[in-house]
Write a protein that binds this ligand. Structure first.
Ligand code: DSN
Length: 424
């Protein structure tokens, strides 16, 4: 029987329907493979902290400057989260209150821009994120967005000459690095150079790679003079669901703090802030460096495994935790069919547009997969080969229900050898 810490006896007695769904989700996580590049498994300590009585407390304001009384313990946990975040990313200011990544980006825009100002961000179809100015977001009603793209999707190299040309033409106030589906490193120093030429702030949305930067496996944009970093805390950083904004220099801190509260948010979610502090404490430990390095080793190994067997990867490989497979070129089917086929054998990933995709978002040409979660379960290079074999077999036998059922059993047995933290 699957168990989780702490026990859920009270939940079971009070609400059997939610308890049953929780058990089902625990079983799904334990018996399946999580390859969604933005997901991870938090530690038992982070999980425990999220379910604490810090939930009961309103704490508008910041440590030492709150609008309500009774803050002696909320101040301790928020200050610890701030201090650990600053140490982890080597910067002078941290705001740990954003509820998630999109609010963190919205607060950052409101702190640094006036309505009508321009932001330059990565094109969504080349790996950027909705909150970097996709027309479907309300942000585009307030600010203008211009884009940069890859020059060559075979290598993933960004077109920095075009970026400079567009920057000189549109004079953005922010040049935004960051992505949710780009498998290569950005050249932060080049971006900083262009930003200095046009007088723009440099901001990195490192939601996907925060843990890789914290663990020293990827370059920290602050080392190239970036002004601000926004991030989520629950992806490679392996913390609770939430966001954070960091400033290299304390001078920008006041603007950011005012934009978060009272500018955009009300009461901070204190149990999540406490859990962020616990996660940041874990990320400061030496073993987190080993974890971050292994995520990338696993990702490169899995990418090579697929390419050796004829699959077409966007940019022909990866430098980080994720890869994008062109399913049409690799397997002659779209990403949605690959996603549903793999769901049938307990392997979870997501369909994804590829650069300049001619298909639709709900039936795109590619899939995105990543290694942060499976690395947390202790999987290494040899397990990547086993997973790659499961994936390719399922795609090949996708019309054969009996074969998929057999594979599902094999995936389940394989997974149970690698426990999910917090589930026994
Ligand atoms: N949903 C996240 C991702 O999967 O990349 C980004 O917001």
């Amino acid at each position: 029987m699957l168990q989780v810490m702490p026990s859920y006896d009270a939940l079971q007695a009070t609400d059997p329907l939610i308890y049953a769904a929780l058990k089902g989700e625990m079983r799904r996580q334990a018996e399946g493979v999580e390859l969604i590049a933005s997901e991870n498994y938090i530690s038992p300590a982070v999980l425990e902290t999220m379910g604490t009585v810090f939930n009961n407390k309103y704490a508008e304001g910041y440590p030492g400057h709150r609008y309500y009384g009774g803050q002696e313990f909320t101040d301790i946990v928020e200050q610890l989260a701030i201090d650990r975040a600053k140490k982890l990313f080597n910067c002078e200011h941290a705001n740990v209150q954003p509820h998630a990544g999109c609010p963190a980006n919205a607060c950052m825009y409101f702190a640094l821009l006036e309505p009508g100002d321009t932001v330059m961000g990565m094109d969504l179809s080349h790996g950027g994120h909705l909150s970097h100015g996709h027309p479907v977001t309300y942000l585009t009603k307030i600010f203008k967005f211009v884009r940069y793209k890859m020059k060559d999707i075979e290598t993933g190299e960004i077109d920095y000459d075009e970026m400079r040309r567009v920057a000189l033409e549109h004079k953005p106030k922010i040049i935004l690095a960051g992505f949710s589906a780009y498998p290569r490193e950005l050249h932060y120093a080049k971006m900083k150079e262009i930003a200095q030429e046009v007088g723009a702030y440099t901001v990195a949305d490192m939601a996907h790679i925060a843990g890789l930067i914290a663990g020293g496996a990827l370059r920290n944009p602050f080392d190239d003079g970036f002004d601000v970093i926004t991030t989520t805390t629950h992806k490679t950083l392996r913390g609770p669901r939430g966001g954070m904004i960091l400033c290299r220099e304390a001078t920008l801190g006041k603007k950011i703090d005012k934009a978060v509260f009272p500018g955009f948010q009300g009461g901070p979610i204190m149990q999540m802030i406490a859990a962020k502090a616990v996660a940041f404490g874990e990320a400061l430990k030496p073993e987190f460096k080993v974890y971050a390095a292994q995520i990338i080793k696993n990702s490169k190994h899995l990418a090579q495994f697929f390419m050796d067997r004829g699959a077409k990867l966007i940019t022909n490989g990866t430098d980080n935790h994720l890869m994008l497979i062109d399913c049409v070129k690799s397997f002659g089917i779209g990403g949605a069919e690959v996603e549903t086929t793999l769901d049938r054998i307990g392997i979870t990933l997501n369909k994804n547009m590829i650069p300049d995709d001619t298909r639709k978002p709900m039936d795109p040409s590619g899939v995105r997969l990543g290694t942060p979660a499976i690395t947390t379960r202790g999987m290494k290079e040899s397990e990547m080969e086993q997973l790659g074999t499961f994936i390719l077999s399922a795609i090949e036998k996708r019309s054969d229900s009996a074969a998929l059922e057999k594979l599902h059993g094999e995936v389940k047995n394989f997974c149970l050898r690698y426990p999910v933290p917090g589930i026994e």
